[in-house]
Write a protein that binds this ligand. Structure first.
Ligand code: PCA
Length: 211
C-alpha cells in the first residue's frame, strides 16, 4: 500500500545468507536500519532471497507497490574492505556458484535485449564522501559482479527506466563482512546513503578511477 499523501517512501533491500554462510550482514543491517529509522520519509525494507528467479522480481514488485522516491539495494561483498556504492550494473548473469535455489546461469542476459549496462542514477560519489566524513571506510565500485546482486541492481535500473521512473535515484551498496565493518556501522552507513539520495541534486564531484 502507498503511504499517506505527501509522505515519501524509500525502498531499501538486503539479502538472506547464501553460499552456506550462517548470516548475511546486508540483511542484518537493513533490519537494523528499519528498527532505527526516524523518518520523515516512510521506509520500506525487505530481505530478499538469494535467487535469480525471485529476488529481482520481488524488488520490482515492491517498486510498483510503493512508488519509492529512492531505492537502495544492499548485498554482501565478502573480501571487500570498504562500503562500496555501485556505479554500474551489467546485463550479465554468470554465476560462479549456484544460488539458494540451485540455479547457476552462465553467460545469460539479465534482460534479453536490454542495454549492455546501466549507470546508477544516484550520486554515489557524494554518498561515499558522506560515509568518509562519518569515519566509515568507503569507495565507489565500478563492478557489482555477475551474481544475484548485479542481477537485482540491473533489474531495478531497467525497471525504473522502463516504467517512467528514470528520475528515481537508485544504487546498490555492497557491504563488507561484519568483521570488517560491524552491522551497526553498516546500518548507519545505509542511513547516510539514503539521506544522500534524498538530498537535492548535488554539484558534480571530482572522482573516478584511473584503473
Ligand atoms: N551478495 C551476493 C548475492 C547476495 C549477497 O548478499 C552478490 O554480491 O551477488
Amino acid at each position: 500500500m502507498r503511504g499517506d499523501v505527501g509522505v515519501r517512501t524509500v525502498l531499501v533491500t538486503g539479502f538472506e545468507p547464501f553460499a552456506g554462510a550462517a548470516d548475511n550482514p546486508s540483511g542484518d543491517a537493513v533490519r537494523r536500519l528499519a528498527r532505527d529509522w526516524d523518518g520523515p520519509e516512510r521506509l520500506v525494507t525487505e530481505v530478499l532471497p538469494v535467487t535469480f528467479a525471485d529476488a529481482a522480481a520481488r524488488v520490482c514488485a515492491l517498486i510498483d507497490e510503493h512508488d519509492p522516491v529512492a531505492v537502495v539495494a544492499v548485498g554482501l561483498a565478502e573480501g571487500r574492505a570498504e562500503l562500496t556504492p555501485e556505479r554500474v550494473a551489467v546485463n550479465l548473469a554468470d554465476a560462479r556458484i549456484p544460488d539458494n535455489a540451485g540455479a547457476q546461469p552462465v553467460d545469460e542476459p539479465v534482460v534479453a535485449g536490454g542495454p549492455a549496462a546501466y549507470l546508477t542514477t544516484a550520486p554515489v560519489k557524494h554518498a561515499v564522501a558522506a560515509l568518509l566524513a562519518a569515519g566509515l571506510p568507503a569507495a565507489v565500485s565500478h563492478t557489482a559482479g555477475t551474481f544475484v546482486c548485479n542481477h537485482v541492481f540491473y533489474a531495478v535500473l531497467h525497471h525504473l527506466a522502463t516504467t517512467g521512473r528514470a528520475h528515481v535515484p537508485a544504487t546498490f551498496v555492497h557491504v563488507p563482512a561484519a568483521t570488517v565493518v560491524a552491522v551497526p556501522d553498516q546500518a548507519r552507513a545505509l542511513d547516510l546513503v539514503v539521506r544522500t539520495l534524498l538530498a537535492p541534486s548535488p554539484a558534480p564531484l571530482v572522482g573516478g578511477a584511473l584503473h
